[in-house]
Design a protein around this ligand. Structure first.
Ligand SMILES: Cc1ncc(C[n+]2csc(CCOP(=O)(O)OP(=O)(O)O)c2C)c(N)n1
Ligand code: SF4
Ligand SMILES: [Mg+2]
Length: 295
């Protein structure tokens, strides 16, 4: 018998992601809000494989596969085409990984954001180039193992602050979100849907394959990232008004988040303290910004 609830989902059964993939949950939540009148633009990434091989697909909306660096400019072109037809109601959703956003897609994204092109850009962030075998990206956090930053040469640079970069473009709406806080995530998607111009969502998507944890821990990982203040949940309006949307008032130690994942298993006690100090510093900077420019 057909499961009625599943029948209304826009991500159906039959995807080929790894079990426990956080990025599949993210797509489900986002499409639940945007609905079937949405065109999806997908550059090269895990999600360009996840829907399965033609003629099969697990995504029940039109899907445009495009080159790695072009998600934002293709989305802008799709929007322009719809506008010429007088269609203002169809959502255009660019959906890129951290590599396709922080690194190789940044130029196209910056150009579109500066023009305030009218679409939603989601960065589903699994903190490395997962589809090609777990290489370091500029979203990979300090201390992490990847295949290009092995344990004895782990990544010793900070994660790039993509939200500050997007805020610097003065776009109408930007927000961080987590698959472990679906109500918060879906409220932000609704705000993005109801705004015009470039809208940016940065969703942390735990990845059991690349982060080296058991696939039943994905939601726990997402929760720990937020509750340790490693990944704060907030939004930025018009590039300058900030609002924290969830406050982990009694944060868990960053070490409790790190120890759930083998990609940090090599870190020594002083390196774990360094992660905590970085986390505190970035949180304090965000709080100062929120106090100075409240929404
Ligand atoms: C111009 C170009 N360079 C490299 C590649 C190979 N490539 C395909 S997917 C990918 C990794 C994508 O990483 P990310 O955007 O973080 O998405 P994820 O795979 O982690 O979901 C790379 C390097 C490509 N397709 N095109
Ligand atoms: S490698 Fe990670 S992001 Fe890619 S499909 Fe597997 S779990 Fe999902
Ligand atoms: Mg990635």
């Amino acid at each position: 018998m057909m499961d009625r609830k599943l029948d209304h989902e826009l991500v159906s059964r039959g995807h080929v992601a790894c079990p426990g993939c956080g990025a599949v949950l993210a797509m489900r939540y986002v499409l639940n809000v945007l609905g079937p009148r949405t065109i999806l633009v997908l550059p090269a990434c895990c999600w360009s494989v996840i829907p399965n091989r033609y003629p099969n697909t697990c995504v029940r909306i039109p899907l445009f596969h495009t080159a790695f660096e072009t998600a934002a400019c293709v989305a802008a072109g799709v929007r322009a085409g719809l506008d010429m037809k007088g269609d203002r109601d169809t959502n255009v959703l660019a959906w890129a990984g951290d590599g396709g956003t922080f690194d190789i897609g940044l130029q196209a994204l910056s150009g579109a954001a500066e023009r305030n092109d009218d679409f939603i850009f989601v960065c589903y962030d699994n903190e490395a180039y997962m589809n090609t075998g777990i290489q370091r990206s500029s979203a990979t956090p300090y201390g992490a193992w990847t295949t290009t930053t092995p344990a004895d040469h782990f990544k010793d640079r900070e994660k790039k602050n993509i939200m500050a970069i997007m805020a610097a473009h003065n776009i109408p709406y930007a927000a961080t979100a987590s698959i472990a806080f679906p109500d918060d995530l879906m409220a932000k998607v609704a705000r993005a849907r109801d705004t015009r111009g470039t809208r940016f969502l940065h969703i942390l998507c735990p990845c059991p394959t690349g982060w080296k944890y058991s696939s039943d821990m994905t939601v726990a990982l997402g929760r720990a990232a937020v509750n340790s203040r490693v990944f704060p949940l907030y939004e930025i309006h018009d590039g300058e008004r900030y609002r924290l949307t969830y406050d982990p008032e009694e944060p868990i130690p960053a070490a409790d988040y790190l120890k759930l994942q083998n990609r940090f298993g090599h870190l020594k006690p002083d390196e774990i303290i360094a992660v905590q100090q970085r986390t505190d510093r970035v949180w304090e900077r965000l709080m100062r910004t929120i106090r100075t420019w409240p929404a």
